[in-house]
Unconditional design. Structure first.
Lengths: 381, 381
């Protein structure tokens, strides 16, 4: 039994059918094992979908897609071949699987402050005891309690788009190695880069610690396809694939086919380049409008990548930004209150998260102006 | 707090964004809240996919699909409108969600014996303490320990294709009402019916107990699309939708679109009728071959629906059928050992499960003959 895994992993068993799958698919094998529909009874959807995508598939995902991902990860410095990659039904599923893998009631889990809210929610559901850390003070952060798991989003962190430099990444890896903590690196935004900056996965520097690295196809392709993937250290693969089986057997095959086709399409590199250009332009436009309407009201950094501006409001008294939301919604503007991104909402420091990628450019200014008015009223009440 | 829910549900929080989603989608709303890609940056997949299917969607699933399901459930006697239906990424996900909803370490969970192996695995992962029951002796089954959850597959049960008659369904419902046990009814095979028999959901008879009913599109449509659904009593909806959010945000929108199109297609009724005819024919052919090769070797019932024959081997000494599997695989035949379908493998009584829906008819006989030889050798060794 590996260090740092949850008690439930002792009760995790393999699926006999899923384990037999490779053997069953051997040419000439007659299988009475699974509960598969006859191929001839699969609907043809007017011929728009390849039959192979309609039948049950492997829990780990399609091999060709996993090979493509492995080769991409290798270029990033992360050495994980296809045999250590699992296709996910979106990267939220990876959070669920890693929580199941590592968290019992009271398990110490190190998290950034702020960090991705849906990770906090899922870890909390499983009973995590949070240890918030700041990467610049991480050397002395865990002297009292040692985290079993450390969750980190080092590249264009959600919500504040912070990106760790080389030294910060090295420090993080070193501390986790020393503590033998499992590192869970969540990296959905890495392709959305607008300025040159360090993006090498922290996991690439790990020699001894167990790790899970995950990313998503939602940000550069399409969220509705619900597809992501994880790579992990060798010892974590078997429990993770069994947890995947128990969660949804396997991910949608049609999405896997579509994503692979797109990845293999020679025009895809240009498409992603254009997407980056577009988001860079949207970011700059948004930034300009923020300067016009939020100067004096808030402080922010122009993000080097990702999808968000993080505004710290200038206020003498701390404001719970959740209380501003009903007013904003009534005025026709939605934003994300900052409180949800902290395991302790009291640390939230009157911040809000604003997405710049989705709203049509012509609609941004009027909405920002309304939002600034609402905030101004709350601050100077 | 409802009776019978797990401790983790006290820690279950809503996703602020997911909760805002309805408001955000109001016409005229400008949303800086989510992390949505710009619509114009979604790939067009050569125009084969509607743009709407590519963006993030509602956690509960597409309304039109949920309405279609609600109307279908109503015809079956189950009164659950669209507001109590959640689209699942396959019905295995429903098992995961209900386990999270109800099971802590040591929670008593009543299960049939035999029952669906992947339910046993997932419940066991969460720490279930199993109370196996026989529906005909259920009146006195829970005198010592009261189950918090009862999992049942009353129509063409996996693995043995048993179907409960009216009296058995009523007895089950009555006992669960008396114990105030949450009923989890798993019903993936109901459409695969070859002889007239009782198929009214057990949940339709419940007045007081909480319940979750689930089914799948894998058996009548296509497993690779990974789509199922659940309906539940009103009080369980909010925790279940939050658990769904934490598991994968929402299910694949493209699959939902394809399934809805197929359900709305006027030719679909004929397609399902033809599929039933085909499986009825396959069943009868399989049954005939079993009589030819397994007479004297095993006992079985011809299933009235579903996808499986369940063979109890005639043996003087109990056989662990898992030990026969390597020999069978080496001979080119796969089957499911019966042991996995029991929470206590010692109750397995030398049984095996054989699927009749998938293998080409011309390949069935030779494979059954090989399997019979392997079993004969093991039995008369």
């Amino acid at each position: 039994m590996l260090n740092g895994l949850s008690k439930r992993i002792e009760r995790l068993s393999a699926s006999p059918i899923r384990d037999m799958l490779t053997e069953i698919q051997r040419p000439g094998m007659v299988s009475f094992a699974g509960g598969l529909p006859a191929a001839s009874n699969l609907p043809d959807f007017n011929g728009s979908i390849e039959r192979g995508a309609l039948q049950y598939g492997p829990s780990e995902g399609e091999l060709a897609l996993r090979e493509h991902i492995a080769s991409d990860l290798c270029k990033q410095g992360l050495n994980a071949d296809a045999s250590r990659i699992i296709i996910l039904s979106g990267s939220q599923q990876g959070i669920d699987l890693v929580a199941k893998l590592t968290i019992d009631e009271g398990t110490p889990v190190a998290v950034e402050s702020p960090t991705y809210l849906a990770a906090l929610q899922t870890f909390s559901l499983f009973g995590a005891h949070f240890l918030p850390f700041d990467v610049d003070a991480i050397d002395t952060a865990f002297t009292k309690e040692k985290p079993a798991l450390l969750y980190v989003n080092p590249t264009f962190r959600n919500p504040d788009s912070v990106v760790y430099d080389t030294a910060q990444r090295q420090r993080l890896a070193k501390v986790c190695e020393a503590l033998n903590t499992i590192v869970f690196e969540d990296d959905p935004y890495r392709e959305l880069v607008y300025e040159t900056c360090e993006r090498t996965p922290v996991c690439a520097a790990l020699q001894r610690s167990q790790w899970v690295y995950q990313s998503s196809f939602s940000k550069t392709m399409a969220p509705g396809l619900r597809l992501g993937y994880l790579a992990c250290s060798a010892e974590l693969y078997t429990p993770l694939i069994r947890l995947k089986q128990a969660a949804d057997l396997h991910s949608n095959r049609l999405s896997q086919q579509l994503v692979l086709q797109l990845l293999q399409d020679r025009s895809n590199v240009d498409r992603v380049t254009a997407l980056r250009e577009d988001y860079r332009h949207r970011r700059d436009h948004f930034n300009e409008l923020l300067h016009r309407h939020f100067a004096g009201l808030a402080t922010w950094q122009r993000p080097q990548g990702g999808l968000f501006f993080w505004l710290r409001l200038h206020t003498n008294h701390p404001i719970d930004t959740r209380e501003l939301l009903p007013k904003a919604l009534a005025a026709g503007v939605a934003f994300m209150p900052g409180e949800s991104f902290f395991c302790d909402a009291r640390q939230a420091a009157s911040a809000i998260r604003l997405n710049f990628s989705h709203t049509d450019e012509c609609d941004v200014e009027a909405a920002l102006e309304k939002l600034a008015d609402i905030i101004r009223t709350a601050v100077y009440r």
